[in-house]
Design a protein around this ligand. Structure first.
Ligand code: SF4
Length: 115
């Protein structure tokens, strides 16, 4: 048995959660004060997901702030960053415009306006 100590990031309370694992299987979750904490802890230990934020180069030399519009598997973050690094956009761009589509189940979208 192994234990993982987590801080739940689902809400601002930030409960301290202890997850007991047998191999990759979750045996118990303690410390959460609501069901969302248990769900977070189990997902974090079995299939962690992340939002990626970064910047994309523009043809005019500026950079555009972007993020995934959904969470993606944590293990694919570096591959996602490589795809973002190789992208180049041509302004104008508006918040929410898709810069790259179908990136590990997400889209890369602009988080700022560029004229
Ligand atoms: S366990 Fe529930 S109350 Fe505690 S931080 Fe997570 S979501 Fe918030």
């Amino acid at each position: 048995m192994t234990q993982r100590e987590l801080t739940c990031i689902t809400c601002p309370v930030g409960c301290h959660i202890t997850v007991t694992l047998s191999g990759k299987e979750v045996v118990s979750v303690e410390g959460n004060t609501c069901p969302r904490g248990k769900e977070y802890a189990v997902n974090e230990c079995t299939n962690p997901m992340r939002t990626v934020t970064s910047t994309v180069a523009c043809k005019d030399g500026r950079v555009l702030a972007v993020k995934t519009d959904r969470v993606i598997p944590k293990e694919r973050m570096m591959d996602c960053m490589k795809m973002i690094d190789s992208a180049v956009v041509k302004p104008p761009v508006k918040i929410g415009d898709v810069v790259l589509s179908d990136v590990f189940g997400s889209n890369i979208v602009a988080t700022e306006n560029l004229e």
